[in-house]
Design a protein around this ligand. Structure first.
Ligand code: HEC
Length: 442
């Protein structure tokens, strides 16, 4: 008898819930605003807006499929490793709500229940920038191979600037496939013109020696030695990659699925007075028509001096070779940190044959800890995984980047399975990079 009394009220609640219809305005819009509309609003990377009932309703079946299959929102990290502040995945309850709305007749509901439309100020996701630096207008013809344009634009900064957020914004999304912006320090007045640059670190100079350039595209010399297992060679030396300066020269990227760069509170990246910004833009001729573009980077300055410098190191192997047709070719690269650090984000970067990447911390205690595992990497979703809590790595930790590549005909993105592939900056060639953002722990 007692059992009956306790279950009755519960049953009543369940029935009440089942009787309340799930509506767009009351139940669905809040979920879409939280997880989807950052990309699914007009003039952004997604092909359609999901802001209003009218926008979303025709896509209901497709939304159901995309959400239940885990295709949307895009996220590639294996949830067993690491906790990420930008993890966009829906909770089981949210998925059930979307499903109930679609299966229950896709009701609109009371317009008064609609949450306020999210604000996308002037299209900038980081908010209104303090400085916007734009390239001179580029005209891209309608036919021909993809074009890589490298341009230097002065910042005209009279003093050092600390950046707390940066966002690269294509002028013409139809043709800008991806873009990077690097900070180029002003020339050192203490050096005479024409003198050999000495501020390049030797690793980088060595890497340059290995690369050949045609126009704006770089690749490794075909006769360069092959080193797939970068971890078998000196971690912090010249072979086989470049570990560029730990202030990091790359300040912003526009890559499919990548968000704007916003640094953790109290931290900032430095752009020195007089620096130049080097834009590298990959244009693809998707429209077959002549198009113009003027891509910009928006920067937000720190309002007060940062407590901490946000550092970044790019671990890359430049010397690998992926045999033709190989469906699972392993490449590694390692770096040992000589101080205590706090990792704030990790970004795997490969091109079209990238298959998986694991980033492992080999701790001085002998313990090996997987920091990030992306089992099914996709060039179309180059995501930065931002640590929910900074990850402490003690001095002497060796970070290992373990990548696999699929150069077989079964890889639908593979542009050519009949040829071996080496390092290069064009998408048809390959890269093997793990980008690590971190703070000094002390
Ligand atoms: C990081 C940006 C981003 C987020 C967040 C995002 N989408 Fe998408 N979505 C895209 C892009 C880009 C495409 C088109 C490319 C593709 O289909 O892979 C797309 C495609 C889709 C499609 C078409 C799928 C197909 O198979 O054709 C649906 C449906 C969709 N998204 C729903 C959603 C829903 C629902 C959410 C939130 C739960 C969401 N998306 C979150 C960027 C995003």
């Amino acid at each position: 008898m007692i059992k009956l009394f306790t279950t009755t009220p519960l049953l009543a609640i369940c029935l009440a819930a089942a009787n309340t219809p799930v509506t767009f305005t009351h139940d669905v819009a809040p979920i879409l605003y939280k997880h989807c509309v950052a990309c699914h609003h007009p003039n952004d990377i997604a092909p359609m807006s999901l802001l209003t009932y009218k926008d979303a309703r025709p896509w209901a079946a497709s939304i159901r499929q995309a959400v239940l299959s885990g295709k949307m929102p895009p996220w590639k990290a294996d949830p067993h490793f690491g906790k990420w502040s930008n993890d966009p995945r829906l909770s089981d309850t949210e998925i059930a709500t979307l499903k109930a709305w679609i299966d229950g007749g896709k009701l609109q509901g009371d317009p008064k229940d609609m949450p306020p439309l999210p604000d996308f100020p002037d299209g900038w996701k980081i908010g209104k920038p303090d400085a916007i630096i734009t390239i001179p207008e580029q005209t891209i013809e309608g036919t021909g191979p993809d074009e890589y344009v490298y341009l230097n634009v002065p910042t005209n900064f009279k003093e050092d600037r600390w950046i707390i957020a940066s966002e690269l914004r294509p002028g013409n999304r139809r043709i800008v496939h991806h873009a990077h912006v690097f900070v180029v320090d002003p020339p050192d007045p203490n050096k005479t013109a024409g003198a050999k640059t000495t501020n390049l670190d030797p690793q980088r100079e060595y890497a340059n020696w290995l690369k050949i350039k045609q126009g704006t595209i770089e690749w490794v010399r075909p006769e360069a030695p092959v080193i797939d297992n970068g971890c078998s060679v000196d971690d912090n030396g010249t072979f086989p990659g470049s570990h560029t300066s730990d202030l990091g020269s790359l300040i912003s990227s526009y890559l499919p699925g990548r968000e704007a760069d916003v640094y953790p509170e109290g931290t900032a990246r430095k752009i020195p007075a007089g620096a130049t910004l080097n834009f590298q833009i990959h244009y693809s001729r998707t429209t077959g028509k002549k198009e113009v573009d003027a891509t910009s980077v928006g920067l937000i300055f720190a309002k007060e001096p940062p407590r901490q410098i946000s550092r970044r190191i790019d671990l890359s192997n430049h010397m690998f070779m992926i045999p033709a047709g190989d469906s699972e070719h392993s490449v590694t690269e390692c770096h040992t940190f000589n101080k205590d650090i706090l990792v704030t984000s990790l970004t795997p970067h490969m091109h079209l044959r990238g298959k998986s990447m694991r980033i492992v911390a080999d701790l001085p205690s002998g313990e090996k800890k997987t920091l990030l595992y992306v089992p099914a990497y996709s060039f179309n979703w180059q995501i930065t995984y931002r640590a929910e809590e900074p990850i402490f790595l003690p001095k002497g930790t060796r970070v290992e980047i373990l990548a696999t590549f699929d150069n077989s005909a079964n890889n639908p993105l593979n542009p050519d399975a009949t040829r071996p592939v080496r390092w290069g900056s064009a998408s048809e060639t390959e890269m093997m990079d793990g980008w690590i953002e971190y703070l000094d722990a002390h």
